[in-house]
Design a protein around this ligand. Structure first.
Ligand SMILES: Nc1ncnc2c1ncn2[C@@H]1O[C@H](COP(=O)(O)OP(=O)(O)O)[C@@H](O)[C@H]1O
Ligand SMILES: [Mg+2]
Length: 317
C-alpha cells in the first residue's frame, strides 16, 4: 500500500488540488488517511506478527485462514477507496481444539495482526474463563461480565473453555453471562473481537444449544493435535529460542516419551504445553546436574540438555 503522507487540509492542500497536482483519489486518501506515522508503525508491527505466525510449527489451516483474513481486510480498504460496497466484517471466532494446540498463542497474534491492520485500536488479549464472568448472587454476573467487556474493548476477549458457560442450564448464572455477551457484541459491534475456545465436541454442543450466540460467529477454526514430528519440531524451536539444544540421546528419549504420553492420555494430552513443561523441567535438572560438577561447565555443556535431564525418576537414565 502506498503510504501517502497525509497533508493537513489547509490552504496549501487545496491549492494543490486546484492546480491538479493531486488526483481525486490521492486527495481523498490524504483526507481520510491515518495520522502521520501511525500507518508506518502499524505496518512494521503487522509484519512482525505475521512473521511470528509463519514461524509457528504446523497449523496449516489456521495460518491459511488468518492470511485470508488479512488479505480480505486490506482489499476491503482498497475497495472503499474506490467507493465499492463492503460486507461488514464479522471477526468473532470459535477456536476448537485440545489443550496446548496453540489457541491462546494464535489469539494473541491475531490481536496484534488486527491492530496492525487498523481494525482494532489496541489489539490486546483479555483471557478469561467462566469464573471471571459468572458471579454467585443476583447482579454479580452482570457486574463481572461488564467489567471484563470493558477491559477487552479495543482488543480481543478470549473465553477459554467457553462451553462451561452453558453448564447448569437455564437457571444458572452462566446463561446470564451469555446473554450479556450477546448484548455486548451488539452494543460494541466494532470495538472488540470475541473468541470462544474449547474442546471441539463441547464447543459444538454448547453452540447448538445457544443459537443466539452461535449465529454471531461465522469463523470456526480447528486446532488439531500435533503429530509427534511436529511436537519434536516445537521442542527444537523452544530449546533454540532459549539458547539450549537437545543431545541426540535426549531427542530420541523425548520422542518416545511424547508418543507414550499421547497414547496414554488420549483426551488429556496437552500437546505443545507438555513439550514446554518437559523442557523447562529438563532445564532445571540440567542446572542441578551442572552445578554438582567440580569443574566450570563449558559453553557446550551449558547449552546441552542430555537424556538424563529428561528421564523420569527411576524410569530410565
Ligand atoms: N505451533 C506451535 N509452534 C510453536 N510453539 C507452539 C505452537 N503451538 C503452541 N506452542 C507453544 O505451546 C504452549 C501452549 O500453547 P497455547 O497457545 O497456550 O495452547 P492452548 O491455548 O491451545 O492451550 C505455548 O508455550 C506456545 O507458545
Ligand atoms: Mg489457552
Amino acid at each position: 500500500m502506498a503510504l501517502l503522507k497525509p497533508l493537513p487540509p489547509g490552504e496549501a492542500f487545496w491549492k494543490r488540488v486546484q492546480r491538479g497536482e493531486l488526483g481525486t483519489l490521492a486527495a481523498l486518501e490524504a483526507l481520510g488517511g491515518e495520522p502521520a506515522g501511525a500507518g508506518l508503525e502499524n505496518r512494521a508491527a503487522l509484519q512482525e506478527a505475521l512473521a511470528e505466525l509463519e514461524q509457528l510449527v504446523g497449523l496449516k489451516d489456521v495460518k491459511q485462514v488468518v492470511e485470508e483474513l488479512r488479505a480480505y481486510i486490506e482489499i476491503q480498504k482498497k475497495r472503499s477507496r474506490h467507493h465499492l460496497k463492503n460486507e461488514p466484517l464479522v471477526l468473532h471466532t470459535v477456536f476448537k481444539g485440545n489443550p496446548g494446540t496453540g489457541k491462546t498463542t494464535i489469539a494473541r497474534l491475531l490481536g496484534r495482526i488486527l491492530k496492525g491492520l487498523g481494525v482494532l485500536p489496541q489489539g490486546h488479549l483479555v483471557e478469561v474463563e467462566r469464573a471471571d464472568l459468572v458471579g454467585e448472587y443476583i447482579g454479580h454476573t452482570a457486574q463481572k461480565t461488564r467489567e471484563v467487556l470493558k477491559k477487552a474493548l479495543g482488543g480481543i476477549l478470549f473465553i477459554d473453555e467457553a462451553y462451561s458457560l452453558g453448564r447448569g442450564g437455564e437457571r444458572d448464572f452462566g446463561k446470564e453471562a451469555i446473554d450479556l455477551l450477546v448484548k455486548g457484541m451488539e452494543d460494541y459491534r466494532n470495538d472488540f473481537v470475541l473468541i470462544l475456545a474449547g474442546y471441539r465436541r463441547e464447543m459444538e454442543h454448547f453452540l447448538a444449544l445457544n443459537p443466539g450466540l452461535s449465529s454471531r460467529f461465522s469463523l470456526h477454526l480447528d486446532f488439531p493435535d500435533y503429530s509427534i514430528a511436529e511436537l519434536m519440531q516445537i521442542a527444537d524451536l523452544m530449546a533454540t529460542e532459549r539458547h539450549y539444544r537437545l543431545s541426540p540421546g535426549a531427542k530420541s528419549y523425548l520422542r518416545r516419551f511424547l508418543l507414550e504420553q499421547k497414547q496414554k492420555e488420549a483426551f488429556n494430552f496437552s500437546n505443545a504445553r507438555l513439550v514446554r513443561n518437559t523442557l523447562e523441567r529438563a532445564m532445571r535438572r540440567q542446572a542441578l546436574r551442572l552445578s554438582k560438577k567440580p569443574l566450570e561447565p563449558t559453553r557446550d555443556e551449558l547449552m546441552t540438555i542430555e537424556k538424563t535431564d529428561l528421564a523420569e525418576d527411576g524410569y530410565e537414565s
